[in-house]
Design a protein around this ligand. Structure first.
Ligand SMILES: [Zn+2]
Length: 426
């Protein structure tokens, strides 16, 4: 009996030390290093062009969980200590450019996008590598460089122009999931409305599980930064507003898709608070939103179904969840390699369902699962999701990643969100 216990303790110790043997204080200062770059290309290929390093005053992330264990995102950043080669930090993320690469425009023209990645600030020179998914969803090298933190070209801007509000405070930001809310299209006279909106949306957030039962694992911050004009750009209606984060509807020609390509302004404003997630609240009543994994969330503040949309977008940006609905006439083959599983946790090609949510499916539920009332409240593999009607499967009849008619995550999405919540709040 004793031997068994000893065996297990050694086993547990060795696996946990493999994953967690990075002492934050040895390798990092308690602030952020930001790398900005331009990424340019077409649907076929892309190239990264370095822009700048910036030092930002806070590190909002964990000081314990440095290595990303989730294998999510279209890209990932890897940071190694230059002298020893030791892996210090990794994180998956997605981007607006990567989404653009799936558009018709990307097949006929090339474009460039401003992008940025934020990581803890190293004490010594580090090697940075950005990797991107290949056609089989494996990460391959895209860009590499060194960052010397003592170089005088690392830009230091002050963050003293705007007031920062604590909307929901649970304590030490290294041990909490920190969300910074940025106001877009709120004038100086509307700053009171912005604060009221923040409080209303944080209430919406905590109506949804697993957030509802874990209020003490989350902080919400807000930066009090007014825009010159109220609202946002609606290019399809000829509406143009002078706003602080330059957001717009009609992204990639989709009317309700609300985004901004002004990543420099977004990051500069977010740097006022410690954060893991950026939420841009857009002062508009026109229906729309957007969420890109470890990049940003946007939601219109006065829209119908605001309660449901707010956490739907957070599902994208926080847990990389795919939309579980079909959209337009896109074919599965145009968006997915059907020979492999998509990396998003809540859609499947059924190419290797064991890798997905099979463990949550009851033995008597058939795969694929018929769209019948018998399986309405079961976990299965229902055809239609990830923007296509055929050959891509979703876990549940309904989910907040599918429609606004429910405000709950399905069990698969719930699990993904909950695991990430723990990762950011340990
Ligand atoms: Zn779901």
């Amino acid at each position: 009996m004793k031997i068994t216990i000893l065996f297990f303790s050694i086993f547990l110790f060795s696996t946990s030390s493999m994953a967690q043997n990075i002492d934050f204080e040895t390798f990092f200062e308690d602030k952020s290093l930001r790398m900005d770059y331009l990424i340019a290309g077409s649907s076929e290929a892309s190239t990264v062009f370095f822009k700048q390093f910036k030092e930002e005053p806070f590190w909002g992330g964990s000081t314990k969980n440095m290595i990303d264990k989730f294998n999510l995102g279209d890209y990932r950043i890897l940071m190694r200590d230059s002298a020893s080669g030791k892996l210090l930090y990794t994180r998956g993320f997605s981007s607006l450019f990567y989404e653009w690469q799936d558009t018709e425009q990307a097949k006929i023209t090339e474009r460039s996008f401003y992008e940025s990645v934020v990581m803890p600030f190293p004490k010594q020179t580090v090697h940075l590598k950005i990797q991107v998914r290949d056609n089989e969803n494996k990460f391959v090298d895209l860009y590499q460089t060194y960052a010397n933190p003592t170089n005088y070209f690392v830009v230091k801007d002050k963050c003293d122009k705007y007031k920062v509000l604590k909307i929901h405070n649970s304590g030490n930001h290294h041990k909490k999931l920190d969300v910074v809310i940025l106001p877009e299209g709120y004038t100086k006279a509307e700053m009171g409305k912005f604060k009221d909106d923040c409080e209303r949306f944080v209430d919406y957030f905590f109506e949804v599980e697993p957030f509802k039962s874990n209020k003490n694992k989350v902080n919400f911050w807000a930066v009090n930064a007014p825009s010159e004009e109220s609202g946002t750009d609606i290019p399809g209606s000829g509406v143009w507003k002078n706003t602080i984060l330059n957001s717009n509807f009609y992204t990639f020609g989709i009317e309700r898709y609300l985004t901004t390509s002004d990543i420099n302004s977004v990051r500069n404003l977010a740097a006022y608070a410690p954060y893991d997630q950026i939420y841009i609240l857009v002062n508009t009543s026109k229906y729309g939103g957007g969420g890109i994994f470890n990049y940003y969330n946007l939601c219109g503040s006065n829209i119908r179904s605001a309660r449901e949309v707010f956490t739907h977008e957070f599902g994208h940006a926080f847990a990389a969840l795919a939309d579980e609905y079909a959209y337009g006439s896109t074919k599965a083959e145009d968006l997915y390699n059907l020979e492999v599983e998509p990396w998003m946790v809540n859609i499947s090609t059924l190419a290797d369902f064991d890798l997905k949510w099979k463990d949550l499916v009851e033995n008597d539920t058939p795969i694929p699962t018929p769209n019948s009332s018998a399986y309405k409240n079961k976990v299965g593999a229902f055809e239609g999701g990830g923007y296509v009607a055929k050959k891509i499967y979703r876990p549940s009849d309904n989910c907040k990643m599918k429609s606004n008619s429910t405000n709950n995550f399905c069990p698969v999405c719930y699990r993904a969100v909950y695991e990430l919540l723990l990762f950011y709040s340990e």
